[in-house]
Ligand binder design. Structure first.
Ligand SMILES: *Cc1c(COP(=O)(O)O)cnc(C)c1O
Length: 434
């Protein structure tokens, strides 16, 4: 007999998969991987170490790992037109720590977006920038355009002489002024890091700005938000910075670099080359349609004067419904999964209950949803805050809308999205005892 602990564990796995099958997943930093990508997690590569670079490893036994990592590097350079790519960071935060390590010394100044204005925690003093001992200054932000104020940033940079200006963000509705910030950086002898974690797949599909071309010195990005990869990251840079970046990654911040998911990343790159453009186009179209419909119905969607969004994200100010915290929890009860989010006009004291929610349509787009489904989704969301339909009924409507969309599209083979491979659990014949 399997132990209680074991049964409880298996039951949690089973229920998790069932929950996602019935839910509409709208967390903007998440996505699905194809079965081809996932199957790589089970390879022997996940047991190995390949410290060092392709062809220059510290341990024996890496000859085929070299082939795989070299492919990952070549594909990355091709997709992003980058002079150099490092594919070893195991996450976006790791990539950012490495980039700060390469480009700064402790006590240097960096400029990044504040968290309410969209900056990621790792751009700030309480995370990666703080680990490097950096003094963090925040960009002046233009609340009308919902973007960085260039003139005020130039004044700030001339006065403070930062070493790095960080672009890219977690609430990322509109492209950032990379060209203008790169000019300012040149004037004050600073470098530009563009954190493309959220929009990497949109960049690959050529539906967002191209930070490499526009002048970022270094691009860091996780590979699993709008890109098709497993949870890891890449760093792109110019040739001159290659050595500094590579050394900052290893031996700086990784030892083993999760070779099984690196193999998954290779397949994700191939999927991007084949399906990236169509996927990115539909993703942005879906975000725009969802934003417009939510606005039409009466939600206070952020960025009306700028067309709401140019990315996979939509932000809604839900202050009138009690704030982001109760609203996100209410949506969770009807299986619409999204998160509360600080908005540019919130200060950090609002962290527990900020005025906004953030919605990402990249996962439902991977599942094949189009504009029509965005309209239905908007209607359910409006009913949830503004009608007397019961939560049970709304949950049912969510399940119905989702039921036709549980297959992963934009892949070489379309497969079930939330399969829990219970057959693997025929292992072990003898179940663990308590
Ligand atoms: C998600 C995110 C990260 C962190 O990526 P992880 O892979 O979760 O470590 C870094 N920067 C930005 C802008 C992000 O949105």
């Amino acid at each position: 007999m399997p132990s209680d602990r074991y049964s409880k564990f298996i039951e949690a796995l089973r229920q998790h998969h069932e929950l996602y099958r019935q839910s509409i997943p709208l967390i903007a930093s998440e996505n699905l991987t194809s079965l081809a990508v996932r199957s790589m997690y089970l390879t022997d590569l996940g047991h190995r170490y390949a410290e060092g670079k392709v062809g220059k490893r510290f341990y024996q036994g890496c000859q085929y790992i070299d082939v795989i990592e070299d492919l990952a590097i070549q594909l990355t350079k091709e997709i992003f037109n980058a002079e150099h790519a490092n594919v070893q960071p195991i996450s976006g935060v790791t990539a950012n720590i490495a980039a700060f390590f390469a480009l700064t010394s402790p006590a240097d100044k960096v400029v990044s977006l504040s968290v309410p204005c969209g900056g990621h925690i790792s751009h700030d003093r309480f995370s990666a920038a703080g680990i490097r001992g950096l003094e963090v200054l925040h960009y002046p932000f233009d609340m009308e355009r919902l973007n960085i104020d260039i003139d005020e940033t130039r004044k700030l940079a001339e006065k403070e002489r930062p070493k790095v200006l960080v672009l890219g963000s977690s609430l990322f509705l509109f492209p950032h002024p990379v060209k203008e910030i790169a000019e300012i950086a040149k004037e004050v002898d600073a470098k530009v890091i563009y954190d493309g974690s959220h929009v990497l797949g949109l960049i690959a599909g050529e539906q967002f700005q191209d930070p490499v071309k526009e002048g970022a010195d270094v691009v860091t990005a996780s590979t699993h938000k709008t890109f098709f990869g497993p949870q890891r990251a890449v760093i792109l840079c110019r040739k001159e910075l290659a050595k500094a970046i590579d050394n900052a990654v290893f031996p700086g911040v990784v030892s083993n670099h999760h070779l099984n998911t690196l193999a998954g990343y290779v397949i994700a790159c191939m999927e991007m080359l084949e399906f990236g453009e169509a996927y990115a186009k539909q993703t942005v179209r879906n975000a725009k349609r969802l934003a417009e419909k939510l606005h039409e119905l009466g939600f206070n969607v952020v960025g009306e004067q700028n067309g709401f969004t140019e990315s996979h994200q939509v932000a809604v100010d839900v202050s009138e419904f009690g704030g982001g915290d109760p609203v996100a929890k209410m949506f969770e009860r009807i299986n619409i999964i999204l998160n509360k989010n600080l908005l540019p006009w919130d200060d950090l004291t609002r962290t527990k209950n900020p005025s906004g929610i953030r919605i990402g349509v990249q996962e439902v787009t991977r599942l094949g949803m189009k504009e029509e489904e965005m309209e239905k989704l908007a209607e359910i969301m409006w009913d949830a805050v503004n009608s007397n339909k019961s939560e049970d009924r709304l949950k049912q409507e969510v399940a119905e809308l989702k039921s036709e969309f549980n297959t992963i599209k934009y892949a070489f083979e379309e497969t079930e999205a939330y399969t829990f491979f219970e057959n693997f659990l025929s292992w072990p014949a003898r179940k663990p005892a308590d």
